[in-house]
Design a binder for this molecule. Sequence first.
Ligand code: BGP
Length: 465
Amino acid sequence: MAVFPKDFLWGAATAAYQVEGAHDEDGKGLSIWDVFSHLPGTTYQGTNGDVAVDHYHRMQEDVALMAEMGLQSYRFSISWPRLLPAGRGKINEAGVKFYSDLIDALLAHNIEPMITLYHWDLPQALQDEGGWEVRSTAEAFEEYARLCYARFGSRVKLWATFNETIVFIGHGYITGSHPPSVNDPARAIQACHQVFIAHALAVKAFREMKVNGEIGFVNVLQPHTPLTNSPEDIAASELADAIHTHWFYDPVLKGSYPAELLEKTQALWGVPRFAPGDDALLRDNRCDFIGLNYYRRETVTANPDETRTQANNSGEKNSGGEFGFKGLFKFVRNPDGVYTDWDWEIWPQGLTDGIMMVKARYGDIPVYITENGLGAKDPIINGEIVDQSRIDYLRMHIEALEKAIELGADIRGYYPWSFIDLLSWLNGYKKQYGFVYVDHQQNLARKRKKSFYWYKGVIESHGGV
Ligand code: BGP
């Protein structure tokens, strides 16, 4: 029998750029993704979010589907340039109205909104001034956060500042596969610091404005396992864990950087440059909760080879993704692992282990699982979308979640990625995650998948899977 607490929320998630479309309508400013995705060779077959799945125009229909599924909470992000086209200053009231209407529609169906303030679509105007490498962007983020609290704070209780800093900074400044497409770890370290500062400023503003809710930060949860028991592989795996986890969790949960890690990496990448007052800002503005996005684990070995950061974005299994930093670590295939077509290992136990690892290091911080899901090419059989592999994936992960609750973790909600099929940043529309299928051949018509009905049952039975 399910062990989920009474107030546990069964949700689902999306992000603005991946669903909304209407990229230049009703006064919206351009984001870095609107610009980047139009440059040659940046995304899978030139796909972009200009139209995405047209959620901007079909919001009421999509919320009706959420209600039909019995969703209790919906995690979505706000497009910063839709509210503030230049990143600061003049407010676009049409953009405010869109989110205000969305929140009202959700509440009318008893669906608790969870807002992510930043899911990677920085206003291009701020990128042109230096993006996340300059303090003025962190200050503009505070202005944007204050606007959101002022307009939506009386109706929304769950807030997250940033989604997956490791991904948008790592890909933006190290692998170069996201905007601004830089390949320089030293610049990544500085950009990352401004994000932590922006987060702290937004948390401070949240408390100053006495918003009646909780504010958190969303991180990737990615456990690492050494390929062998050799001391080299174990050390490489521990280092990968520290870089992926401690670097991004410590500043928002402990209020400081992991000193040991900085010592190890400073010769290579330098250390974050603190402005006067940054120490106190981080220390005094820690999160109320942590959001964890869990998809997979990585198997790790020591790396004498050159640095390579190539992902499988083709959806052809074993098509040659390679990721590793010379002298530090690299990811390799687990010979016993089960993998998706994009070479992500399916390993539900990692969710239990990862949550317990967070509890061991950071104590009893409330946790929301803000993303978890299977990217697949869903088969259509006799006109029905039969995504049994997604159901199997989610069932195993819900069971893993139950184990973590039994072990004492304080988990408040579960938000599968994604509510509806949407644009995958670098994999286009063929990598599907949704409970709702979007027919790109038929005017983006919505169709319920097998998993839609299955998840409805999970919610009705409060976690009976
Ligand atoms: C997370 C992002 C999501 C989503 C998901 C799936 O990193 O927060 O926005 O894209 O991963 O990733 P992908 O689309 O690359 O399969």
